[in-house]
Design a protein around this ligand. Structure first.
Ligand SMILES: NC(=O)c1ccc[n+]([C@@H]2O[C@H](COP(=O)([O-])OP(=O)(O)OC[C@H]3O[C@@H](n4cnc5c(N)ncnc54)[C@H](O)[C@@H]3O)[C@@H](O)[C@H]2O)c1
Ligand SMILES: O=c1ccn([C@@H]2O[C@H](COP(=O)(O)OP(=O)(O)O[C@H]3O[C@H](CO)[C@@H](O)[C@H](O)[C@H]3O)[C@@H](O)[C@H]2O)c(=O)[nH]1
Length: 457
């Protein structure tokens, strides 16, 4: 099939490259000319394991193309994915639909007569957006005077995690589709067949299929339900983490160990072990944005989603636990030199959207600390995002540790396990380590002489 993808960010690029790998011809479009020019040379504008090689392969095979304007290929597409950003409007807390509306109008403007298109919302969008997209396309067709175009709109939310994108897209837990049109549903089922049946083999350098993954459920639902499934999933996962973080804070007071508590809870099949890792709070481009969007839209309908509001608030106060622990140990923060091990909102990405590190840095600077930072991939992003911040950018973990009164581990990069902790200890002015991700071996660090504090252990 010919597939067009509008918006070539994390979701659009991974979607495009994956469908190209599965044998479809794909063109990814973006309004950002610099991004498209880089992608045409297989330069990926963000860090995502395995993606560059996958893109490069498909570009060389001429299965994957990039373009800045909807062209001839678009006109001949069978399926058009919308994967543009849906950020939070900072004023109202509503979902900012500017990009999505523009994309829908642009799609309508470029549709050709005597063709049938399936327009698929892959962006995370407010419940009811499939209707809006349909109306905007019709409006656009009317303006351009194009007749005899048939199209259907479908909702097909994306559940990939950054840093695990390839694995999540090729081995999904489920594929959710909501549409009124049986023809659109049949085409999407055909498009997704290799994923549903798991009838493909990824190159050996890519993550391999998890054992016992049988046929992937293709969940056909009402488009309103499909749109809400995405929000509800993120709200649930975010709240599950917020819940375990609260239990971790109680562990700190009771002297219990959160890792043991999570283990014991997670073995209950009704609870499950995932997303029970306590720490200094979740971040990233989705959880906060989607919780805010759902809370806002509930309010618009006259419903106060109090649990979700609390979940959101508690997550932001959880980030200050690391500062509280520093204060407890150092008494005063003024004039202290504090190092952050990791900046990205999670490992395997350079994404700093809503990253806890940003809040921590601000709070430390407000307390008159000198802040040193180190992250294996996210430092350039921070320099670009906050050029005015007077930070000390370290070249590695040892450079970071030198002269520090305390270190906070913010991101669980695997390489932090492998550093010479004895050397780090000898370089620090005061060997205080706040493990914001409960990632390191407490006993080992204490044996080197560190004062160690995790979150709930
Ligand atoms: N990042 C994730 O892990 C993830 C996972 C699941 C779902 N989502 C959802 O997917 C959507 C996209 O997220 P993302 O992280 O990929 O965003 P992103 O900001 O990385 O990328 C969006 C891209 O869309 C482009 N764009 C904007 N308007 C356009 C237009 N009219 N035509 C063509 N291109 C346009 C932008 O230039 C940008 O490159 C959001 O709704 C998000 O909530 C994201
Ligand atoms: O047990 C856990 C698991 C995660 N986190 C934190 O939670 C945040 C989000 O992590 P993760 O969900 O792995 O990354 P995202 O890329 O934000 O993915 C989420 O958001 C995406 C965008 O909507 C969805 O597609 C995914 O299904 C959903 O997991 C990160 O800060 C993690 O450190 C924890 O603190 N404890």
């Amino acid at each position: 099939m010919n597939v067009s993808v509008i918006g070539t960010g994390y979701v659009g690029l991974v979607t495009g490259a994956s469908f190209a790998f599965l044998g479809h011809r794909v063109c990814c479009y973006d309004v950002d000319l610099a991004k498209i020019e880089a992608l045409q040379k297989s330069i990926i504008p963000f860090y995502e394991p395995y993606l560059e090689i996958l893109v490069d392969e498909q570009v060389k095979k001429k299965q994957l193309f990039f373009s800045c304007s909807l062209d001839e290929f678009f006109a001949q597409s069978d399926i058009v994915f919308i994967a543009v950003g849906t950020p939070t409007d900072p004023q109202s807390g509503a979902v900012d639909m500017t990009y999505l509306k523009k994309a829908a109008l642009e799609i309508g403007k470029n549709m050709q007569p005597h063709r049938y298109y399936v327009v698929v919302n892959k962006s995370t969008v407010p419940v009811g957006t499939h209707q809006l997209v349909e109306e905007l396309i019709k409006e656009s067709l009317q303006v351009s005077g194009t007749k005899d175009v048939a199209f259907a709109v479908a909702s097909n939310p994306e559940f990939l995690r950054e840093g695990n994108a390839i694995e999540d897209v090729f081995y999904p837990d489920r594929i959710v589709v909501g549409t009124y049109c049986p023809k659109a549903l049949a085409l999407l089922e055909e498009l997704y067949r290799p994923l549903i049946e798991q009838s493909f083999t990824l190159p050996s350098f890519c993550p391999q299929r998890p054992q016992n993954l049988g046929r992937v459920p293709f969940v056909k639902v009402h488009p309103l339900s499909s749109e809400l499934i995405k929000y509800a999933s993120n709200a649930f996962l975010a709240t599950k983490i917020t819940f375990i973080n609260e239990i971790a804070n109680l562990c700190d007071l009771f002297g219990a160990n959160i890792d043991e508590v999570s283990l014991g809870m997670g073995l209950d099949q009704r609870i499950g072990p995932s997303f029970l890792k306590a720490g200094l709070g979740w971040g990233g481009s989705c959880f906060g944005k989607d919780l805010k969007g759902l809370i806002h839209d509930g309010k618009k309908m006259g419903y106060a989603a109090e649990l979700l509001q609390k979940s959101l608030q508690n997550n932001y106060s959880q980030r200050s636990r690391a500062i509280y622990k520093l204060q407890q140990a150092l008494k005063t923060l003024r004039g202290r030199r504090i190092g952050l091990l990791g900046l990205a909102f999670k490992a395997q990405t350079d994404d700093l959207r809503d990253a806890p590190a940003l809040d921590l840095i601000e709070k430390l600077m407000e307390s008159d600390c000198t802040v040193k930072v180190f992250d294996p991939v996210a430092m350039e992003n921070l320099k670009r995002l906050r050029p005015q911040w007077p930070l000390v950018y370290a070249i590695d973990e040892y450079d970071l540790a030198e002269g520090c009164d305390g270190l906070i581990l913010v991101t669980e990069w695997k390489r932090f396990h492998g550093v010479d902790w004895q050397k780090i200890h000898s370089l620090m002015k005061n060997p205080l380590l706040i493990d914001g991700r409960n990632f390191l071996d407490r006993q080992r660090l204490e044996a080197f002489g560190f004062v160690y504090s995790g979150i709930g252990r």
